[in-house]
Design a protein around this ligand. Structure first.
Ligand SMILES: CCCCCCCCCC/C=C\CCCC(=O)SCCNC(=O)CCNC(=O)[C@H](O)C(C)(C)COP(=O)(O)OP(=O)(O)OC[C@H]1O[C@@H](n2cnc3c(N)ncnc32)[C@H](O)[C@@H]1OP(=O)(O)O
Ligand SMILES: Cc1cc2nc3c(=O)[nH]c(=O)nc-3n(C[C@H](O)[C@H](O)[C@H](O)COP(=O)(O)OP(=O)(O)OC[C@H]3O[C@@H](n4cnc5c(N)ncnc54)[C@H](O)[C@@H]3O)c2cc1C
Length: 616
């Protein structure tokens, strides 16, 4: 689905409200009830100008505001009476939140905050819908009381008149310009000059400024980062879906397109019969399945943790933060590169807009950057792994998603190679733990030699990133293994279905193994014969999955409207649809285009005249 117009976004928002009334009557939060529903992902693609309103503005009001603040602002936002966005990033800073320059100075005389973006670099820059759609925003700023910095806080700020939509005095708001994609989103800029808001416009569920200017700290400062955790979980889900969409298109196309006989004299086969084509398409189908399951797990964990945070129990926040970061990175990177591989798998037609792969790519790719730039989130996970390795060295228990690290740390060497799924999974985990150990040694040596912790993180950055990446692989592969091999539902599956799932597990594990062979060989001895055996298993499982490829992608259940692709329609009429799309192009409206008389004819005539003259 391409970027939406505001008109279409409003239709989607209405649909969401009606779904909420149906599934969660009277409740404000639609997502826990509906998160499994693919309709939601279809209604809020990242190209929707209301997505930040729906996913961040309403949620921040609910989770960061007091009950009274929810009644004042949140209920109206949930009801779409006001439309807002989450304005955090600035022209000069996105990643380093402690460097944000927008400021909120408390004036105890009037019990107001005075909001300012003092420099060009402190202008808010990027928030979705800020350019034109929103009349409110959550403005993230450094809080100052008596000129003393107190850290980040969030403020509800009205930016446009509710009746006329005119920007209010003191507000400088606009659109940041055309982007590579998502051009329906009207990402905006915002400057504020001495803009006053009442004290109770600061969201105060976790930290407060009292009327006399006393500051009550949040029990856990990280809780102000919670809206980002939610969207990271959503990205994991959304980007897995983008990959599934592209895989569906490329699979359907690959069983219609015929090219190049495999045996001399034979008819041209469907291109999916070529082994290298299978290797381009089938692993992406499997990756989409694997990530959808991991993202669904993450979603459950988010729902449980959000409920606990609401009750001011912050104990599971670090684990959720680590998992949300790692899955956001893994799904956004792998979907972005996977979609490009799938586009190439469709040959020349993959480059046509009518195939929709370019648009899907343009929607998936920015997720590598928004909601925490991927390298930065890898470093964040790397730092968490260092902390956990210290815990291992101290003999303490780790959070459940890192329990495998303790287990592997106790192994003096890798067990006898068997090539089983357990063995492959263990090899990935073992390489991860080896990488964590090396990163820790490097990081620790730097700290011991009097480098600051932050400098040590910077100079160990490559090793930390590698450890974080392998932790992501270990978690995702471990989750898939559990769901296929140890799931309590396993016995309700037909043997045929279980076999397809096991083939997908085989392919996923072998694929990750080969992708990280260099990393694995650093810590484990494997013979050439053992690697060759895996190569043969890879070829075999591609062959086994080939007949199921279409059925698996059909099971993703994307209708033609969502895929919006001449190459990926359910009926397989690829050439007819490509032709139809070509004929709709404006250049085909007239047999002779206007530019012929105006430019092309005079240009050719001038050249012909010059040629004649030079012959004379
Ligand atoms: C199904 C529905 C479909 C939905 C479709 C979804 C599609 C999405 C559509 C919307 C499209 C676009 C929206 C985009 C919106 C945005 O981009 S909003 C802006 C987002 N900005 C960022 O993400 C900024 C990135 N920076 C940061 O997050 C932090 O600054 C960073 C983590 C990089 C570092 O911060 P520091 O303050 O320097 O922190 P540290 O010193 O590293 O850590 C301090 C401790 O805090 C812990 N921590 C950090 N972050 C979190 C967190 N989020 N939650 C919990 N804990 C956190 C960290 O581990 C440290 O802990 P410790 O003290 O060590 O125990
Ligand atoms: C489509 C889109 C929608 C967005 N929507 C919103 C929105 O609704 N609201 C909002 O507030 N923001 C939004 N953003 C902004 C987004 O959150 C930021 O772009 C993102 O957080 C990255 O920050 P940055 O752009 O400052 O990148 P930078 O931090 O400047 O990154 C540039 C490079 O520097 C590197 N780098 C930065 N810090 C470090 C470090 N500590 N260690 C190592 N390398 C580092 C990065 O890895 C990267 O390679 C959106 C962005 C996009 C693209």
């Amino acid at each position: 689905m391409a970027s939406m117009s505001v008109k279409h976004a409003i239709a989607a928002a209405k649909k969401l409200r009606s779904l909420q009334e149906r599934f969660n009557p009277g409740g404000s939060d639609i997502y826990p009830a509906l998160m499994g529903d693919e309709a939601i992902t279809a209604l809020i693609p990242s190209g929707n100008p209301l997505s930040v309103h729906i996913l961040m503005f309403t949620r921040a009001l609910r989770e960061q505001g007091t009950d009274e603040q929810y009644e004042k602002f949140g209920r109206r936002a949930d009801n779409n009476e006001i439309i807002g966005t989450f304005a955090q990033t600035e022209l000069g800073h996105g990643t380093y939140l402690r460097g944000l320059e927008a400021r909120a100075d408390y004036d105890r005389g009037t019990e107001e905050f005075v909001l300012n973006t003092p420099k060009l670099s402190s202008y808010k820059w990027w928030p979705g819908g800020l350019g034109q759609t929103c009349n409110y925003c959550i403005f993230v700023a450094q809080l100052y009381i008596d000129n003393e910095a107190k850290g980040m806080a969030m403020f509800v700020v009205q930016i446009r008149d509710e009746e006329t939509h005119m920007p209010l005095p003191g507000v400088h708001v606009g659109e940041i310009g055309k982007k590579m994609g998502l051009n329906g989103v009207n990402n905006g800029f915002l400057g504020l000059k001495d803009y006053r808001v009442p004290r109770l416009n600061m969201l105060m569920r976790h930290q407060q400024v009292l009327p006399d200017g006393r500051f009550v700290k949040s029990p856990v400062s990280q809780v102000s980062y919670f809206p980002m955790v939610f969207v990271r979980c959503m990205v994991a889900r959304q980007n897995s879906n983008y990959l599934a969409q592209a895989a569906t298109i490329a699979t359907r196309y690959s069983v219609i397109r015929r090219q190049s006989p495999i045996e001399e004299g034979q008819p041209e086969p469907k291109i999916l019969e070529h082994l290298t084509q299978q290797m381009k398409v089938i692993p992406e189908i499997v990756t989409a399945v694997v990530y959808r399951l991991a993202a669904a797990n993450l979603q459950n964990m988010y729902n449980e943790t959000a409920e606990a945070v609401y009750r001011k129990d912050f104990s599971r926040l670090p684990e959720l933060h680590a998992l949300a970061c790692i899955l956001k990175v893994a799904t956004s990177y792998d979907s972005t590169y996977g979609i490009e591989r799938l586009r190439q798998a469709c040959g020349g037609h993959g480059y046509l807009t009518a195939g929709n792969l370019g648009n899907i790519f343009a929607m998936a790719a920015p997720a590598c950057t928004y909601e925490g730039e991927n390298s930065v989130l890898y470093l964040q996970v790397g730092k968490i792994l260092m902390k956990n390795w210290s815990q291992v060295l101290a003999g303490r228990e780790l959070m459940p998603s890192m329990a495998y690290i303790s287990e592997c740390s106790k192994m003096t060497s890798f067990p006898q190679w068997t090539g089983s799924w357990e063995c492959l999974l263990k090899a990935i985990q073992y390489a991860c733990v080896g990488s964590i150990r090396l990163a820790f040694q490097s990081y620790n040596a730097r700290v011991q030699s009097a480098q600051s912790q932050t400098a040590a993180v910077n100079y160990s950055g490559l090793e930390l990133t590698k450890a974080a990446e392998l932790h992501g692989r270990s978690y995702v592969a471990g989750n898939f293994y559990q769901q296929i091999v140890n799931s309590p539902n396993k016995h309700q599956r037909s043997p045929q279905f279980q076999k397809v799932l096991e083939n997908m597990l085989e392919l996923h594990l072998i694929q990750i193994f080969f992708r990280h062979l260099g990393d694995i060989l650093r810590f484990i001895r494997i013979t050439e014969d053992e690697i060759s055996a895996l190569q043969r298993r890879l070829e075999e499982v591609l062959k086994e999955l080939r007949p199921d490829a279409v059925a698996i992608t059909d099971a993703f259940d994307f209708n033609d409207k969502i895929l919006s692709s001449a190459l990926g329609c359910y009926d397989g009429n690829v050439y007819e649809r490509l032709f139809e799309a070509a004929l709709k192009h404006p250049l085909n409206r007239k047999s002779v285009p206007d530019f012929f008389e105006a430019h092309l004819k005079p240009f050719m005539k001038e050249n012909a005249d010059n040629a004649k003259k030079s012959k004379l």
